[in-house]
Each structure stands twice: as structure tokens, then as C-alpha cells.
Design a protein around this ligand. Structure first.
Ligand code: SAH
Ligand code: SF4
Ligand code: F3S
Length: 451
């Protein structure tokens, strides 16, 4: 055996939840004595943290896996791990398809990586997909950034949207205790982090599963209470959260966000469709009128708030007229950003079995038309920044221009400006905006930086 540490590489697909899980799994591998390598082809342990939200996300995993399986034939010491949502969905079937895989582990098992790997190193092929209570985070994540960090708040999802695999692969809601969340954030503050994004599939549903209620006995501890609880953590200057579900987005939460200065005035609230019948078929639990009312209330309290969302086109049975209602909602609201997708039938979801599926051509035509409108509206929304002073938290060097740094405004617009990263790293800098594009801005620093 050589004295070189074994090297590992993690490739992450999917959402922020997976990115946060990957950082924790990397932390575990570090403490086990593995060394990170940028090169998947050089790794002795390769971990794919997978996503199955749409078919193309799943297929990507199989093509990556195929390459590693081949490499294992000449390098039997290679350890192949499949984690995340495809692992959960496919379980043992994945072993039948790619027998070279050593460990298959669902997202709820991320913190157990060390235990599971020990079983692998003792000679077993391991499948860990049974539902478990997620262990509190005793791991030290290996975070990608030293400035912004993710903090899990609630795992899983209790909704049953008819198109979606998430409840099946992430399990039922499990809220972390507020003290644990605060403790993690205090540690981040001590380490010099400046921004925290609180994470959950439906973060505004936080607390429903926690025992007991507040000392005043009036209501159960909820996400608004959590925001108040963590707002004064020393060192953390900015708080963000995602994703919000319209069903739980209350006026009380909106008022709290407006009141608390560290909460960034950016809200990610997916609407999925602008048509009430489609929303009903999706089992979303709200109407487009209710969605519009939420945005109106946000804008009443915070006129400049930026709003982003997710939308699906080509849901089974969606007519041209119903699609037009989605366009109309996008036209009326004027999103700062919108993640769009063509509906993809997923195994184990009700809508996949319906016989009113649309053809691919209709779906991709609608997607293109929606995307066009989104960029027109985003460019319009960007105009309001022109000539203004925005506060930018400096996160990195602009990879396309090393004389510039980059960061985000309070409203989450990516912003570039000339400056020295070594000096400005982690600082919140006032920047006068001189150029606007649909999804990013350029400006000039008005020094000195704030903190
Ligand atoms: N919990 C969040 C979204 C999580 S999934 C919410 O309820 O809003 C992220 C996004 O993927 C969804 O908002 C949806 O727009 C998209 N998505 C989920 N399932 C999909 C499917 N079968 N086809 C296409 N897009 C899908
Ligand atoms: Fe999926 Fe709906 Fe849960 Fe969001 S709320 S994760 S779309 S089931
Ligand atoms: Fe994908 Fe799983 Fe996230 S399916 S979008 S990685 S919850």
C-alpha cells in the first residue's frame, strides 16, 4: 500500500439540497483521511450525488456511471458510490443495471456515509434506502465557499404534487430543532461566513412536525419564529431562504421579512402554472389569484423586492389557452428570474400515468415561448437598478475577467465590478450600477466597504 491518501471526487447534480448534502459528505470523507481531487478520472472513490426530478437528469447519471464502471474493470480498488435521489428511487435495481457500484445510499443517509463505507471496505455491496430519522448534523461540511453557506432547516416534503418525485425520494418532513440551526449558524459566524441560505423543499412549512408550541401557547413554532430566532447571529450579515410554497407563505412571514434588516428582499416562490385547472390537476392547493395576492402583499411591504419562481409547461392536458394563462401571469408579475421546465413524466407519480400527455414538440415550443418572455421581463426588471447604488457581498473573482470581483445584490442579482479580491473578499461593498443585463449587472465600487 502506498502512503498517499486515497483520493475522492464528488459530482453533484440537482438542487441546493443535494449541494448541501455533498458538502457534508465531503466533510465526512475528509475526516476519514481521504483527499479531494478535482479530477474524477484520478479518484479512488467517486461519489455521484444524483437528481431524478426530470428524465434527462436521471439519464445523465447513467452515462457518467457507465464510464466509471468501465474504469473499475481495470482498477478494481475504485470505490463507486451513488447517493441522492436516483439512488433512493432505483435502489437495488441500480445494482442490477450497474453491478460495479459499491454503495447506493438515499438522501436521508448522507450523514451515515462513514458507517456505510466501512461496510463496503469490509467487503459488502451496500444499499441504504430505508426511511430513517435524519441524524443531527455532527459532521463538519467541506463548504464550497468561505463566504456564503447553506444551512438545512427542514428535510423532505409532505405535499403530493402529481408530477413530482421529491416526496418519494426525500421522505416526510423533518424539521431540525431551532437551537441546532442557531448553533450551526453561530459556528459559521465565528468562522467568518457572511451569508446563510436556509434550505428546505417547502421552507415555509417549517415546524409543523416539531413537538409542542411556543411558551405563549398560541401557535406552534413556525418559520417566522425561526427567522426571528436566528436573525441576530453575530457575523452573519445576510439571510436568504428557499424554497417557499405559496400555500404556507403568510402575511405574518412577509411582515417579518420586511422588519428584519438582515433578511434579503428576494423571494423564491414557485407557481408552476398560471391556470387554475392545471394547478388543481397538479394538486398545488392554491389558485393564480392567491398567488398574485401573495406577490401584491410582498410588494406592499417591500416595493423593491425581487421575485423568482419555477414553472412547468406542457403538463398533461394543458391546452394552448391554459398555457396562455401562464404567459399572462409572467407578463403581469414581472419576475426577476424564472426557472422553467417542460413537464417530464416521472416513475411513481400519478400524472405520469394519465393518458392526456402532450407531445414533445408542443412542450418544447411552449418552453421556448415562455423562456423568451422571461428574458424580456427580466431585462425590464434589471432596468430599475441602472444608476442606483446596490450593496454587493463579494464572493469571488469574475472567472471571465480577473480584474473584476463578483457578488450578489440584496435582490440576488449577480454583479461584477473592478476590484482586488484579496482586499474585498467577504465585504459588502456599495456599488453604483453602470450596466444592466437581463440576469446580471456591472458597476463601480463606491468605497469604503461596509463591513
Ligand atoms: N418544493 C418546490 C420545488 C422542488 S422541485 C416547490 O414545490 O415549489 C424543483 C422544481 O422542479 C419544481 O418547482 C418544478 O418546477 C420542477 N419539476 C418538478 N417535477 C417536475 C417534472 N416532473 N417535470 C418538470 N419539472 C418538474
Ligand atoms: Fe415536489 Fe410539490 Fe413537494 Fe415541491 S411541494 S417538492 S413540487 S411535491
Ligand atoms: Fe433533484 Fe432530489 Fe433535488 S430529485 S431537485 S436532487 S430533491
Amino acid at each position: 500500500m502506498s502512503n498517499q491518501p486515497r483520493r475522492y471526487h464528488i459530482t453533484t447534480f440537482g438542487c441546493q439540497m443535494n449541494k448541501a448534502d455533498s458538502e457534508r459528505m465531503a466533510g465526512i470523507l475528509d475526516t476519514m483521511g481521504f483527499a479531494w481531487t478535482e479530477e474524477p478520472e484520478e479518484a479512488d472513490l467517486i461519489l455521484y450525488n444524483t437528481c431524478t426530478i426530470r428524465d434527462n437528469a436521471e439519464q445523465k447519471v447513467y452515462s457518467y456511471l457507465g464510464r466509471q464502471a468501465k474504469r473499475k474493470q481495470t482498477n478494481p480498488d475504485l470505490t463507486i458510490v451513488v447517493a441522492g435521489c436516483v439512488a433512493q428511487q432505483e435502489g437495488e435495481q441500480l445494482l442490477r443495471r450497474v453491478p460495479e457500484v459499491d454503495l447506493i445510499m438515499g438522501p436521508q443517509h448522507a450523514n451515515r456515509l462513514e458507517d456505510l463505507l466501512e461496510q463496503v471496505f469490509n467487503g459488502s455491496q451496500v444499499v441504504a434506502t430505508e426511511p430513517v430519522h435524519i441524524m443531527e448534523d455532527i459532521t463538519k461540511p467541506r463548504r464550497d465557499s468561505q463566504i456564503t453557506a447553506w444551512v438545512n432547516v427542514i428535510y423532505g416534503c409532505n405535499e403530493r404534487c402529481t408530477y413530482c418525485v421529491v416526496p418519494g425520494v426525500r421522505g416526510v418532513e423533518q424539521s431540525r430543532y431551532p437551537e441546532e440551526i442557531r448553533r450551526e449558524m453561530e459556528e459559521l459566524g465565528r468562522q467568518g461566513y457572511k451569508e446563510v441560505t436556509l434550505l428546505g423543499q417547502n421552507i415555509d412549512a417549517y415546524g409543523r412536525d416539531l413537538p409542542g408550541s411556543l411558551p405563549d401557547g398560541r401557535h406552534k413554532y413556525n418559520f417566522t419564529d425561526l427567522l426571528r430566532e436566528v436573525h441576530d447571529v453575530a457575523g452573519i450579515e445576510r439571510l436568504r431562504f428557499a424554497t417557499s410554497h405559496p400555500r404556507y407563505f403568510t402575511e405574518r412571514l412577509i411582515r417579518t421579512c420586511a422588519e428584519l434588516p438582515k433578511v434579503c428582499k428576494h423571494f423564491h416562490i414557485p407557481f408552476q402554472s398560471g391556470d387554475n385547472e392545471v394547478l388543481k390537476a397538479m394538486s398545488r392547493g392554491y389558485t393564480h389569484e392567491r398567488y398574485r395576492q401573495i406577490i401584491d402583499t410582498i410588494r406592499r411591504y417591500m416595493p423593491d423586492a425581487s421575485i423568482s419562481a419555477d414553472a412547468i409547461v406542457g403538463f398533461p392536458g394543458e391546452t394552448e389557452e391554459q398555457f396562455q394563462n401562464t404567459l399572462k401571469l409572467v407578463e403581469d408579475i414581472g419576475f426577476d428570474q424564472l426557472n422553467t421546465a417542460a413537464y417530464s413524466p416521472r416513475p411513481g407519480t400519478p400524472a405520469a400515468l394519465w393518458d392526456n400527455q402532450l407531445d414533445e414538440e408542443t412542450k418544447s415550443d411552449r418552453l421556448q415561448r415562455l423562456n423568451h418572455l422571461v428574458s424580456v421581463k427580466a431585462a425590464e426588471r434589471s432596468q430599475r437598478y441602472f444608476g442606483r447604488t446596490e450593496y454587493v457581498l463579494v464572493e469571488d473573482v469574475n472567472p471571465k475577467n480577473p480584474s473584476q470581483v463578483m457578488g450578489r445584490t440584496d435582490g440576488n442579482r449577480l454583479t461584477f465590478f473592478a476590484g482586488d479580491f484579496a482586499e474585498l473578499r467577504g465585504k459588502i461593498v456599495p456599488v453604483k450600477i453602470t450596466e444592466v443585463r437581463a440576469f446580471s449587472l456591472t458597476g463601480e465600487a463606491l468605497l469604503p466597504a461596509l463591513c
